[in-house]
Design a binder for this molecule. Structure first.
Ligand SMILES: [Zn+2]
Ligand SMILES: [Zn+2]
Ligand SMILES: [Zn+2]
Ligand SMILES: [Zn+2]
Length: 369
């Protein structure tokens, strides 16, 4: 399904041509995103499809702003008659455009545009979800169309794209400031659909409360559904049963006076009693080797915060979880990048062969270099 038709607004006719194409893609992206938000409750399936289309169009627009030919998937395969040029085919929308993977690969490798691995992960998750919707009748249909699955997924992808747009790509997108602000509000407004999920799990929350479990207000969705736990006597965790947001703080006894030090992130903390200060290096030496001091622990790279050195230490009875000492994320899985073989945590390893990890460019990047 391609969405490039380059319908040019009448008042944009004086624009230089590349800007017109860019404008057309961005307007389409905005339109699809709006549609997706409106459709969410009544037709979650189309919401997923249109949301993904919008994200892809924003990325393509960014690629097109480098050069229009870059969004043509394979310029040598554009079928044209004698009197036609690639540009005429392009203007007619009669060409195969890059998909998500190729688009990201070209942005990164041809144009040196930085896109964090975690963002790619979220975009790709949307792509997979959308493909399931389009291609198969899915047995878990109610599961994959559940708003409790869709809302956090869309938010995470949009949050990362929005950050790229406003922080890194503002020169290209600033003309659409009002529309982009509106979109932010609209997508954020989707959280209200999680109320049903909250009501559904409320009895469970109430019963756990009676057994002494504490629930706090979730910092992301705002419901009082963040279950408080102390993992491994090392991490105070609030994990939300509605939106799955996780908020963790590492806690250790002060090496000088035993009072508890709470560490928010980057290993930085201070003892409120004696003033002892901690940092990342200290934490790594203090708790990174706690299991067996003789053996080097397998410290992995973290895809969540992309810290420049390995920061995820194994935790749990069987070392089957990982804790990042830089961003405090508890990772359920870690493993080797299928492309470069480095140990990484917190990313989809399945797509690591194509996209790579934060240490490599994957096969797509290597093919083109
Ligand atoms: Zn939440
Ligand atoms: Zn102290
Ligand atoms: Zn991290
Ligand atoms: Zn890698």
């Amino acid at each position: 399904m391609d969405f490039e038709h380059f319908e040019i607004d009448d008042d944009k006719l004086d624009m230089p041509e590349p800007n017109k194409f860019f404008d057309s893609l961005v307007r389409n992206a905005i339109d699809f995103l709006k549609k997706s938000v409106i459709e969410l409750e009544k037709s979650p399936k189309y919401s997923v499809i249109h949301f993904y289309a919008a994200i892809e169009l924003f990325l393509k627009a960014r690629l097109l702003s480098e050069h229009w030919t870059l969004i043509v998937s394979d310029i040598n395969k554009v079928q044209k008659k004698k009197d036609e040029t690639i540009l005429t085919k392009f203007k007619a929308g009669d060409f195969i455009s890059v998909g998500l993977k190729k688009c990201i690969e070209r942005l990164r490798d041809t144009c040196e545009v930085k896109i964090p691995v975690k963002a790619v992960d979220y975009f790709d998750q949307l792509r997979k979800h959308r493909n399931k919707m389009v291609q198969f009748y899915h047995p878990d249909y109610s599961e994959i169309t559940s708003l409790a699955t869709i809302v956090p997924e869309q938010w995470s992808a949009w949050y990362h794209l929005h950050r790229l747009i406003v922080d890194d790509w503002w020169d290209h997108f600033q003309e659409y400031q009002d529309e982009i602000e509106d979109l932010y509000g609209l997508v954020h407004g989707n959280w209200k659909y999680l109320e049903a999920k909250y009501n559904e799990i409320r009895p469970q929350i109430e019963s756990e409360k009676r057994e002494g479990v504490t629930f706090n207000k979730c910092s992301l969705c705002g419901y009082e559904s963040a279950k408080f736990e102390d993992f491994y006597g090392l991490v105070y965790s609030n994990s939300c049963l509605v939106c799955h947001n996780q908020n963790n703080k590492i806690h250790i006894p002060c090496p000088e006076c035993e009072k508890e030090i709470i560490i928010k992130d980057q290993g930085i903390g201070e003892c409120s009693k004696c003033g002892f200060e901690t940092d990342f290096e200290f934490l790594l030496s203090k708790i990174g080797h706690y299991q067996d001091p003789k053996e080097d622990p397998e410290v992995a790279y973290c895809a969540e915060c992309e810290h420049s050195e390995p920061s995820v230490i194994p935790v749990g009875e069987y070392d089957d979880e990982g804790l990042c000492l830089n961003c405090n994320t508890l990772h359920g899985y870690e493993g080797q990048c299928h492309y470069c073989g480095e140990l990484v945590a917190g990313m989809d390893l399945e797509s690591s062969y194509s996209f790579g990890c934060m240490l490599c460019k994957g096969s797509f990047g290597a093919d083109n270099s």
